[in-house]
Design a protein around this ligand. Structure first.
Ligand code: PSU
Ligand code: MN
Length: 311
């Protein structure tokens, strides 16, 4: 496992010492995935959702070259509002640290840092994955290979619908990353409830998921990630027709503007938010808050199991 030099927020440090439930949160959704000024308000709401379910939130990011596990409110504000906050995947962390940069960590970087910190559960919106033109562009998110070697449970609403979902699921299988649906056998499609792809496993409660996490350790198969796919209820999803139209439009604009590399995901998300006049933003926020709540309940169930085992 990667070994980072980390600074801990006081509350997170204490919670980890006392083996209380902690949930990792990423900062890229805050600085690059959600529009300003809503992003800061939402970042605080996500942390509150974790607290309301009985766990301590640890939002991870880089401030002036320091990797922080549990940003305080001033640091969160800085990453949500400052100019020049860089999107950081794992490969960027050392260079950014040496440069003294401010940076927001992706799913990949957040997972790697959280695992090093001994945090076992992480909540986000949607994972990165295989892009639609990947056969030509080779554009596949580092989220996938990082999860192959990082012991963490990630609660998400599937992968963003802007991706090639089928190819992403195939890659996750190859990479040995387990995927379970939360109360579903269908893989969610982020903004939409059902991506159209089946899952092999469904678990129905935080306790069942905590049992699976414990079994991973018992059987020595916890070196990679476990994805918990938590779909939106159908009455809360983005209208599928609106979704499909916006996506086709966004992909055409992407090509027109020649956007590639790490700019692709933020570009498409921002197109969704403006083209749907905020409808996709409201859905995106619901997704993250629901995932934060479920992740916290899993962390609580896992801590309860550890407590019982110790007695
Ligand atoms: N999901 C969202 N919003 C986001 C992202 C995911 O709802 O902003 C971010 C995550 O940080 C994820 C990253 O790790 O996009 C993937 O970027 P890329 O495709 O460049 O790897
Ligand atoms: Mn990419």
């Amino acid at each position: 496992m990667t070994d980072f030099h980390l600074r801990y927020g006081t509350e997170v440090a204490r919670a980890l010492r006392e083996h209380r439930p902690v949930v990792a949160l990423e900062s890229t959704i805050v600085s690059h995935g959600l529009p300003r000024p809503d992003n800061l308000r939402v970042a605080r709401q996500i942390e509150q959702a974790v607290r309301d379910a009985g766990a301590v939130p640890a939002t991870i990011g880089m401030v002036a070259g320091e990797l922080v596990v549990g940003l305080d409110d001033a640091e969160l504000t800085r990453l949500a509002t400052a100019d020049g906050v860089t999107k950081l995947s794992v490969r960027d962390l050392a260079v950014a640290a040496a440069a003294g940069a401010d940076g927001a960590t992706t799913v990949a970087a957040t997972s790697a840092v959280a695992a090093t910190a001994g945090i076992g559960v992480f909540a986000t919106g949607g994972l990165g994955g295989v892009h639609r033109e990947a056969a030509q562009t080779f554009d596949e998110s580092a989220d996938l290979v990082t999860l192959a070697r990082t012991p963490i449970a990630v609660v998400c609403a599937g992968v963003k619908s802007i991706l090639d979902v089928g190819a992403t699921l195939e890659r996750l299988e190859t990479l040995g990353v387990a995927v379970v649906g939360y109360r579903t056998r269908r893989f969610p499609g982020f903004f939409i409830t059902d991506s159209g792809f089946d899952l092999d496993w469904s678990l129905d409660s935080p306790e069942q998921i905590a049992a699976a996490l414990a079994a991973r350790v018992q059987h020595g198969v916890h070196h990679g990630g476990l994805i918990i796919a938590n779909p939106l209820p159908t009455d809360e999803q983005l209208d599928p027709g609106l979704h499909d139209r916006t996506l086709v439009e966004g992909l055409a604009l992407l090509e027109r503007d020649g956007v590639t590399g790490k700019g692709v995901t933020p570009y498409l998300l921002s197109h969704f938010h403006s083209a749907t006049e905020g409808a996709s933003l409201a859905v995106n926020v619901r997704i993250i808050l629901r995932n934060a709540d479920l992740a916290a309940r899993i962390a609580v169930a896992a801590a309860d199991r550890r407590g019982e085992a110790a007695r």
